[in-house]
Ligand binder design. Structure first.
Ligand code: DI6
Ligand code: FE
Length: 418
């Protein structure tokens, strides 16, 4: 009898237990899924337990050596930023000033500024410099609760520099202890050396992709389908190359005009259509059929002072999940807090704070094709954040501020402020 008890105790021994927490589990399709006086247990980076403390199978210190008292903090799943361009060289504060004096984003891009000016600065930086410039942005996102971060290439625009960006992205994950998903965005802008030869450039992009994929640098493929980006036919060629390699696709779709981008990416069973300000109802219906997520990027909407709202009612009525991301980039969204993106989504797009939180957790996980995270439930990754707040709506309510007590990724505390 005694031997049997001892064996059982060994079997359930976890790496860590957190008690005295108010859990926002986000289980179920609506509501925060609050568990007052909750507890978490984790082992091998995964949650072994998420529930009321009273239902723990044994006393906390019998379950794990590491017992964390959350001191009544609210605890959410780790935030997931599913659309960023945090790796880049230089900045575009000068362009910000030009726009304030009346120049439009498209005018600046057509005059050789915009994305192409960041391409110059990114090419000039060697891998260590690019890492040093990019790391603080990723760290700021993590320290405000992000445990999974998507990072796109797209400022290299040749094989060597796209590789450099993707390698820097991977290195950031190792440095910060969070999960990085890399996205190849070779079809972001036309580099100057291909001026007037966009189809040739797309052929080059399609040739680089298998090489970068073979080097383990690519988790997904994206493109900028827009008047100042690439046509639907060019985007399609990139997607066909991705499909042949078994890589998932997503798209910068219908940001500045309705180019049918949402329907195009849905036709490839895409993970997400992003921006989607100008997406038509037919595009929304196609996304629903394909299971594609709508990734809302209110930072870019805000900075460009856009006025055309994404078709939010159509997303809701068709049941298309909405994610929220920072789009952190030097041109249209120099935004280094996913919570601030949540706040902007509430103010500009009228999301509820709960929709915004789901958008930065459950739905963002779906937009990355990562069903193992985004909720607090046994079997999910032990990615969670302790917040010093009085109620969950405060996550979207405060514009900035230091609300984090601790960020845990795979159970491990990767950032603390206690
Ligand atoms: N849309 C965006 O919001 C970013 N890229 C894109 O295709 C902007 C990138 C930049 O301006 O540097
Ligand atoms: Fe973007």
């Amino acid at each position: 009898m005694e031997a049997a008890v001892a064996t059982e105790a060994v079997d359930v021994r976890w790496d860590g237990v957190l008690v005295n927490a108010r859990l926002v589990t986000l289980t179920g399709d609506a509501g925060y899924g609050v568990i007052e006086d909750g507890a978490l247990g984790w082992r091998d980076g995964m949650l072994a337990f998420a529930g009321p403390r009273a239902t723990l199978p044994a006393a906390p210190d019998a379950l794990a050596d590491e017992v964390v008292d959350a001191q009544g903090d609210w605890v959410t799943p780790g935030l997931i930023d599913c659309h960023t361009h945090v790796v880049f060289g230089g900045d575009r504060a000068g362009e910000f000033e030009q726009r304030l004096q009346g120049a439009s984003y498209e005018e600046i891009a057509r005059a050789g500024g915009g994305i192409v000016s960041t391409v110059r600065a990114t090419r000039e930086a060697d891998e260590d410099e690019l890492f040093a410039q990019s790391l603080p942005r990723a760290r700021a996102l993590r320290d405000d609760g992000v445990t999974t971060l998507e990072i796109k290439s797209g400022y290299g625009l040749d094989l060597e520099n796209e590789r450099k960006m993707l390698r820097v992205a991977r290195r950031i994950g190792g440095e910060l202890g969070i999960t990085i998903r890399t996205t190849f965005l070779g079809a972001h802008a036309l580099p100057p050396e291909y001026a007037g030869r966009a189809d040739d450039y797309i052929a080059a992009v399609c040739a680089w992709l298998p090489t970068l994929h073979a080097e383990g640098l690519v988790d997904a493929v994206d493109a900028f389908c827009e008047r100042i980006g690439f046509t639907a036919a060019q985007t399609q060629r990139v997607f066909e190359t991705a499909r042949a390699l078994g890589l998932p696709v997503k798209l910068h779709a219908d940001q500045l005009s309705d180019g049918g981008g949402a329907a195009l990416v849905a036709g490839f069973g895409g993970l997400s259509a992003d921006h989607v300000e100008y997406t038509s109802e037919a595009g929304v219906a196609a996304m629903k059929r394909a299971g594609s997520v709508a990734v809302l990027l209110p930072g870019a909407f805000h900075v460009l002072r856009e006025t055309t709202l994404p078709p939010l009612d159509a997303f809701r009525s068709h049941g298309v999940p909405m994610a929220v991301a920072t789009d952190c980039n030097p041109g249209t969204s120099p935004l280094q807090s996913l919570r601030l993106a949540m706040s902007l989504a509430c103010t500009h797009f009228r999301l509820t704070p709960e929709e915004a939180l789901r958008g930065a957790t459950v739905h963002a996980a779906q937009a990355l094709g990562m069903p193992d995270r985004g909720r607090l439930v046994a079997g999910q990754r032990a990615d969670f954040v302790r917040w010093r707040i009085g109620q969950p709506a405060q996550l979207a309510y405060w514009l900035g501020g230091d609300l984090v007590s601790a960020v845990h990724a795979g159970g491990r505390a990767v950032a603390t402020d206690l």
